[in-house]
Design a protein. Structure first.
Length: 585
DNA sequence: GCCGTTTTCGGCCCGACTGTTTTCAGTCG
């Protein structure tokens, strides 16, 4: 029973409560609690032993008891009780776009429909059109929704969506009728995966912008089209919503559509207490009768937050994870910037499984404005990736030395560090000898095998590597692949504690499929005093551009420049490696 | 079910769009 199991039960309970038409605020409480737990880096059981479950925002006495029951017994009586009241497949119908709790309850009670298959059959047979509030068009819409549901994939990688978002923004900006254009939503918050893409534009002629939008090459099909909002399906299979507002509302709309929903709700509750009301057009005073009164802000986001007595909160932090309280107290972190990055420390060359020679990777790094980089090809055991035998490792060192000599001759201060991504073997030992590792400028280590080990064994292997004193950075610590594979079972808190104690940096792997550590783990690591290293793991020169995803993930984990070793000048990094090897080697 | 610089009770964010309606409910974000 880990955190994600608890999240699932809480969410399911909320679904059931909605179908059973229970109090909407009770539903909201379960949703909020689920969201809160989802954002936790620590295990619930460890929080329970420490601060107590009620220290988690949105969890009060009742839910703390129910979660404790879940942790102890693997079941929640209340959840079981609700589940027994509806057929098994009913909640799944909520996953069909266009089907909400009311319609699910309606088709169940009036037509005895218990799952998506039966819903489809009934819609095809025209058996739903006589129900209250439904018609032939509703049936059509439901069938279309089932089609989308069957296509699966509820979210896409940020790395797949962001380039499309930038292209759409670019195209709309070219129109003379648009004033401002921006993407918003989870894409702007740089969440690791994205559901729908939100795009916002300001214009005095919304209809022209809408029309141009509908004709964009990335768009496959229009889903709905109103005066200020158009929804469409992108070629990449995601929905995109365009909203057009007047320029004086740009800030309010951008704030609103950037979300997250939880952040917005918290902000609006705050506004209420200040006698203000916020919508996507403006911040306004609340009149005595509770109406929207005099407008006080809306043109820029800064203005909107200022009206609520807050500094601008960076989009990456807007998850209702304490950022409003921090902003109020003037304690928002000065987040790391992409421009702070001086080097990339994990990349592969054609010596192992990379596609490009070292010199080409160096050229690309220089073009990005970096001051140095590290080549970190795979070690000998990883034969599928052409891992380097000790002899080839030594030969590669010669090539790196020669390249650095050439750079020096041409007056360049750019340098290439010799590194490796050494495998942590199944017994926790390292794939090169101590002497071989000591000859490298910096040592990265990864788990690439034995993923079927249990949690204790995986954790112990990683701990053995961390405490060996011979590695400087632990790479992609959980091994997850987004939308494809969960991380291997590992006690991340124990890893973080050990990394803090032995001054080993933990990597944020910037590859869009990884982003590992994730945002919440970054935050926990930083709180415990662990250094972070952000690297692209590039296997081609073009991959070096993934750095922005790693930086965004670190920002979502509240990282400042000082937390990240890639912001250091080369001498500082080398001093750190020397010093930590003296202390722990 | 949660929560508290008006409250331990009585609040709890806000609007666009659709389809089915004669003024609104449901869904979505």
């Amino acid at each position: 029973m880990d955190n994600s199991d608890v999240v699932r039960i809480l969410d399911q309970t909320a679904d059931l409560l909605e179908i059973l038409d229970e109090d909407v605020f009770k539903v909201r409480s379960y949703r909020r609690a689920a969201e809160s737990v989802r954002g936790l880096a620590q295990d619930l059981s460890s929080i329970r032993e420490g601060e107590g479950l009620q220290s988690i925002p949105g969890i009060g006495k009742s839910l703390a008891g129910k979660i404790a029951e879940l942790l102890d017994t693997g079941r929640m009586g209340y959840h079981e009780e609700l589940k027994a009241q509806v057929p098994e497949g009913l909640p799944t119908m909520l996953r069909v776009p266009g089907m909400g709790p009311k319609k699910v309850a309606l088709v169940w009670k009036e037509r005895g429909i218990r799952d998506v298959d039966e819903l489809e059959a009934a819609a095809q047979a025209g058996e739903l059109r006589d129900l209250k509030g439904m018609g032939a068009k509703t049936e059509e819409k439901i069938l279309k929704g089932i089609g989308l549901y069957r296509q699966g994939a509820e979210r896409a990688l940020l790395g797949d969506v962001l380039p499309v978002a930038e292209r759409i923004v670019e195209e709309l900006r070219r129109l003379p009728e648009t004033i401002e254009v921006a993407y918003a939503g989870s894409t702007r918050r740089m969440k690791e995966t994205v559901g729908d893409l939100d795009v916002l534009a300001t214009s005095q002629a919304p209809e022209v912008v809408m029309e141009a939008f509908r004709a964009l090459p990335d768009i496959r099909e229009i889903i709905l089209a109103g005066d200020t909002k158009t929804s469409a399906l992108l070629d990449i299979g995601r929905q995109v919503d365009l909203r057009v507002v007047l320029p004086e509302s740009f800030g309010a709309a951008l704030q609103y559509f950037t979300g997250s929903q939880a952040h917005n709700i918290a902000l609006r509750e705050r506004a209420r207490k200040m006698g203000l009301t916020v919508n996507e057009y403006a911040v306004s005073k609340l009149t005595e009768s509770g109406e929207e009164g005099e407008r006080v802000a809306g043109a820029t986001e800064e203005e909107v937050y200022a009206a609520l007595g807050l500094p601008l909160i960076p989009p990456e932090l807007r998850e209702d994870h304490g950022e409003i309280r921090a902003a109020e107290a003037g304690e928002l972190p000065a987040l790391l910037e992409l421009a702070d990055i001086r080097c990339d420390l994990q990349m592969h060359s054609e010596w192992s499984d990379g596609s490009h020679p070292i010199a080409q990777m160096a050229e690309a790094c220089m073009a990005l404005g970096y001051e140095y980089m590290a080549i970190s090809d795979h070690s000998q055991s990883l034969q599928v990736a052409r891992g380097l035998q000790p002899g080839r490792l030594a030969a590669q060192r010669v090539e790196i030395d020669e390249l650095n000599a050439t750079l020096a001759d041409t007056g360049s201060s750019f340098r290439v560090l010799a590194s490796c991504e050494v495998d942590i073997l199944s017994d926790g030992s390292l794939d090169y000898t101590a002497e071989q590792l000591a000859g490298l400028d910096i040592v990265l280590a990864s788990l690439h095998q034995g993923f079927t080990d249990d949690r204790a064994r995986m954790t112990n292997r990683a701990l053995k590597a961390i405490t060996s004193g011979r590695i400087d950075v632990l790479c992609h610590p959980t091994g997850r692949l987004l939308l494809a594979r969960e991380g291997y079972p590992i006690d991340i808190e124990a890893i973080i504690e050990a990394a803090a104690e032995h001054d080993v940096a933990l990597e944020v792997n910037a590859f869009p499929e990884r982003l590992d550590l994730c945002d919440t783990h970054v935050r926990l690591a930083i709180e415990r005093g662990v250094k972070i290293s952000i690297n692209t793991d590039a296997h081609r020169a073009e991959h070096l551009g993934f750095m922005r995803y790693g930086v965004a993930t670190a920002r979502r984990g509240w990282a400042t420049r000082d937390d990240v070793i890639n912001t250091w000048p080369r001498e500082t990094l080398m001093d750190w490696v020397r010093s930590r090897r003296e202390r722990f080697g």
